[in-house]
Design a protein around this ligand. Structure first.
Ligand SMILES: Cc1cc2nc3c(=O)[nH]c(=O)nc-3n(C[C@H](O)[C@H](O)[C@H](O)COP(=O)(O)OP(=O)(O)OC[C@H]3O[C@@H](n4cnc5c(N)ncnc54)[C@H](O)[C@@H]3O)c2cc1C
Length: 368
């Protein structure tokens, strides 16, 4: 007979591990991760805003760097958004995930290096490990989610994010984003790990190779880092959703993090919303409300409205011309000077990069 679990979590990245953490002493759980080792491959900048870090009581030992300034560069203009205290922290994702793994390992079953290949009527089939029966399923299997397909929800539009970790000279507490037509449909980000290393990436609608080439050309053109070291540099890539999906679950199946398009679309940040949605999905299993209760929790917390609103804003952002961005920069400079307080407002509010992009969209529209 198939072994039965209260919950099978598909995907052992930050979202899946957070669901496991929430459920570990309360339900029988199996977590399945197709990569042989949790935390690998490394495919993130690891930037988490400060209130989110505190909300999930993440270990301070995971902090590689603290960010309190964000420079926005457009052509030869720049604006700096600054905060007195660190607005966010840079973490090494593999280490963060291994530390979450350490918390849950004693309490749940974990299969790594095997893939869920089919889900039908509560039976989860894995490539090598056979079948198990699941009372509930949490899809934490990312943008190309099999769990989402198993409940008949269509795929979102997708974007590829590519990133190199390159050497150079950086101000340690200052992250940067480069904006303008040549960086669309998103922006280029520079997240320093320390004074001599930064994670630099872009979102791209093209394939990985084209994205990688475009990223290196931009790094070279703007002298952002020592691009010539790219062959020895860590390269990171993943697929992210660039539109919402029609629902975040059905019956006893819930879609958390990128499988449910629950990210911050304007910044391409997904760690916090992945963790938040995973913890809501886990609580909906515990309180027995399952997918309908999960969707209600996301709605009540304002997460769904924010995700929808930001995906719509992303379309506006992607079509913003350089002329409109010049407007936004001139207005901001005239009103606040070159140093502007960092938008902040708690973990769930629009802070950091998201807040700044919203600020630029609003300012670009004023005066035509
Ligand atoms: C270059 C880059 C930089 C980023 N930087 C940041 C940042 O600084 N801050 C931030 O907040 N966000 C960032 N993000 C986004 C962030 O990494 C994700 O949103 C976050 O990882 C949450 O994703 P997830 O756990 O929902 O999905 P994923 O991280 O994609 O994890 C899904 C997991 O499911 C596994 N899986 C998939 N299918 C199966 C299957 N059938 N069976 C078993 N396992 C399966 C995969 O192997 C994977 O481990 C970045 C993304 C990229 C690509």
């Amino acid at each position: 007979m198939e072994k039965r679990y209260d919950c099978v979590i598909v995907g052992g990245s930050i979202t899946g591990l957070t669901a496991a953490r929430e459920l570990s002493k309360k339900a029988s759980v199996l977590l399945v991760e197709s990569n042989p080792k949790i935390g690998t491959p490394f495919r993130c900048s690891g930037f988490i805003n400060a209130p989110a870090f505190e909300e999930f009581a993440l270990a301070k030992a995971q902090i590689q760097n603290s960010i309190s300034q964000l420079e926005v560069v457009h052509g030869s203009s720049s604006l700096t958004f600054a905060s007195k205290k660190p607005s966010g922290f840079v973490t090494e994702r593999p280490a963060l995930e291994r530390s979450l793994l350490g918390e849950v390992e004693p309490y749940i079953d974990i299969i790594t290096g095997d893939k869920v290949i089919d889900i039908k009527s509560g039976t989860v089939s894995m490539h090598a490990s056979g079948n198990v029966s699941a009372g509930c399923l949490i899809g934490a299997d990312g943008t190309n989610s099999l769990v989402r397909r198993s409940i008949g929800i269509a795929d979102p539009e997708k974007v590829t994010a590519v990133q190199f970790e390159l050497p150079g000279r950086f101000e340690r507490d200052r992250a940067a984003i480069y904006v303008g037509e040549e960086f669309m449909p998103f922006h280029l980000w520079v997240i320093p790990v320390n004074e001599s290393l930064a994670r630099i990436g872009i979102g791209t609608a093209g394939d990985v190779r084209a994205g990688m080439q475009r990223l290196l050309e931009l790094v070279k053109k703007y002298r952002i880092a020592d691009y010539s070291k790219y062959k020895e540099a860590r390269f990171m890539v993943n697929t992210l959703p660039s539109s919402p999906v029609s629902s975040t679950g059905k019956g006893s199946t819930m879609l958390a993090g990128m499988s449910g398009s629950i990210i911050k679309p304007l910044s391409l940040g997904g760690i916090y919303f992945g963790m938040l949605s995973a913890s809501m999905a886990a609580r909906s299993l515990i309180d027995g409300t399952l997918a309908p209760g999960y969707e209600r929790k996301l709605e009540t917390a304002g997460i769904l409205a924010r995700v929808y609103d930001e995906f719509a804003l992303l379309k506006r952002w992607s079509s913003l011309t350089d002329a409109k961005l010049c407007n936004a920069f001139s207005r901001a400079e005239a009103e606040s000077g070159r140093e502007i307080p960092m938008p902040s407002g708690g973990a769930q509010q629009t802070s950091g990069i998201t807040g700044i992009i919203k600020f630029l969209i609003v300012n670009s529209a004023v005066g035509g």
